[in-house]
Write a protein that binds this ligand. Structure first.
Ligand SMILES: Nc1nc2c(ncn2[C@@H]2O[C@H](COP(=O)(O)OP(=O)(O)OP(=O)(O)O)[C@@H](O)[C@H]2O)c(=O)[nH]1
Ligand SMILES: [Mg+2]
Length: 203
């Protein structure tokens, strides 16, 4: 449910980075923030709520201003959920009103079970919110490609990108800022396509 403000001609979109513990969600936002900060027209501040030794306990939030489209100024709000299983209620809270999802998977072989479990947890949490992933644009990021025990991309596609419609995916090494903006571009493109299709249908 993107917020469209006809008066101010603004489109506000909420993107949630979802994935298992320590897969690199917060790192993605930190890298985006570092670039956004360097651009003077952008005043987005990264807010990390309640972290303890680098673990997200509530969520991170980063607002960024994107391009104008069809006369609308688009504002993206990027959120991360806490990956730790005990914070599931918080994950549901952060997912409320989500427009697009980036599922960040950890490429290390020994994290595959956690990736798969987390993806099914995402479906469960959406169901609790009466949402369906079929209606929500989402992309997959295979992060930590630099790790020596990284699983082949094909295998990760087989495990995680196996729904009726395959979605865009990309590899990343978020800590080196590789793949971070590619991922953001993928989800942005899907969301803007949806917005344009919907506004064409209405007009
Ligand atoms: N080697 C490697 N390390 C990474 C990469 N991306 C992130 N990390 C590291 O992984 C650790 C966890 O990253 P975070 O971004 O805090 O993970 P998170 O998904 O936000 O974790 P939670 O908040 O607990 O859910 C940090 O030490 C990062 O520096 C990567 O691509 N490669
Ligand atoms: Mg985090």
């Amino acid at each position: 449910m993107a917020i469209i403000n006809q008066a101010t001609k603004e489109l506000q979109v909420k993107v949630v980075y979802y994935g298992p513990a320590l897969c690199g969600k917060t790192t993605n936002l930190q890298k985006v923030h570092a670039q956004v900060e360097a651009a003077p027209e952008n005043k987005g501040k990264l807010v990390s709520l309640a972290t303890s030794s680098d673990r997200t306990l509530f969520f991170d939030f980063l607002p960024i201003q994107a391009m104008s489209i069809k006369g609308f100024k688009t504002k993206f709000q990027l959120y991360t959920v806490p990956g730790q299983v005990i914070y599931n209620t918080t994950r549901q809270l952060v997912l409320r009103g989500v427009d697009g999802i980036v599922f960040v998977a950890d490429s290390q072989y020994d994290k595959m079970a956690e990736n798969v479990e987390c993806f099914s947890n995402l479906l469960d949490n959406l169901k609790v919110l009466k949402l369906n992933l079929n209606d929500i644009p989402y992309v997959l990021q295979y992060n930590k490609r630099d790790m020596p025990n990284a699983a082949p991309v094909d295998y990760m596609e087989y495990l995680l990108n196996n729904r009726e419609v395959q979605v865009p995916s990309c590899t990343a090494c978020a800590s080196k800022c590789e793949g971070v903006f590619e991922t953001l571009n993928l989800i942005t493109r899907l969301l803007l396509q949806k917005f344009i299709a919907e506004s064409n249908r209405k007009s």
